[in-house]
Design a protein around this ligand. Sequence first.
Ligand code: PMP
Length: 353
Amino acid sequence: MSRFLSERHTALKPYVPGEQPRDRQYLKLNTNESPFAPEQEAIEYALAHARSYELYCDTEAVALRQALAERYGVPPECVMVSSGSDEMLNFAFVAFGSEARPALFPDITYGFYKVYAEVNRIPYTEIPLEDDLTIRLERYAGRKAVIFLANPNAPTGIFLPPEDIARLAQRSPDSVIVVDEAYVDFGGASCVPLTQRYENILVVQTFSKSRSLAGARLGFCVGCPQLIGDLQTIRYSLNPYNVNSFTQALGVGVLRDEETVRRNCAAIVENRAYLTAGLKALGFVCTDSMANFVFARHLRVNGGALCQMLRDRGVLVRHFDQRRISQYVRITVGTREQIDRLLDELRAILGGL
Ligand code: PMP
């Protein structure tokens, strides 16, 4: 730390991303990326349609917002795009969080919420999950807050039906509810339609998972025009050129072929069932995940130790230090071949214990 770092940030604990190794060929099941590359047609579309690189990109991302609006059946003024959904989540913290409207989120959820609250100095409360790792929404109702709900939740994968979120919005007219749907395409139902009925629901999504574009950094949100206007004010105050020309065009290119996205998601859903069954046969207990990962614990081995043993065998999965979930590992759902390799390694590890 230099002596110049602002005293506001000396205690800041930054987000720790999952490992992205460069040194050795690992089987990477640790950061919930798609095992499928984007279609070549989408890349070619982007190369042909990206605005010339010597000019700044379209700050309004008109073509991409129009394509998203058509895909989700909402007006373009209800849509905004960002550099990954992480950036959108930060915009939402800055736009809606304050002393008067603190943030609320579960104690076990996406780790970035806490970091964004801290770095932006927004007071926050973490509401414990129930013992079975589910979210009880009554505990969030009737307050004046900005509520962040990953749905499905991460890292549990447990999904809340949109009707429950609609009820929370009705019971919390002074709260903004940010529904982080990073993993919704793997079997969940989206709250996007609710944004057209509730002025206090904002849905955030990403192209990183179901649309295979984690490296291109593209996220978006859907909400009423007033919420979007607030977020645009923040975006224009922080980073108006937030989504580069190539990524904007690539987003449009991928949206032109939703059939491939649907097929890929169906494969992940099928492979999730296959992975879950394989893990259960080895003595793991799994949450009921609706995401592209499985959250599993084994009665005989701690999650941290298992993660390390897998790493030693060239397989990366994710472990979280938090006490309540230290027994678990989170495993990204890959291809059949990747799952078979993981299960073989687990069989060898457990057999040797
Ligand atoms: N929300 C959740 C729940 C996530 O797990 C992630 C992925 N780390 C994100 C948002 C952010 O993804 P991205 O910035 O790649 O869109």
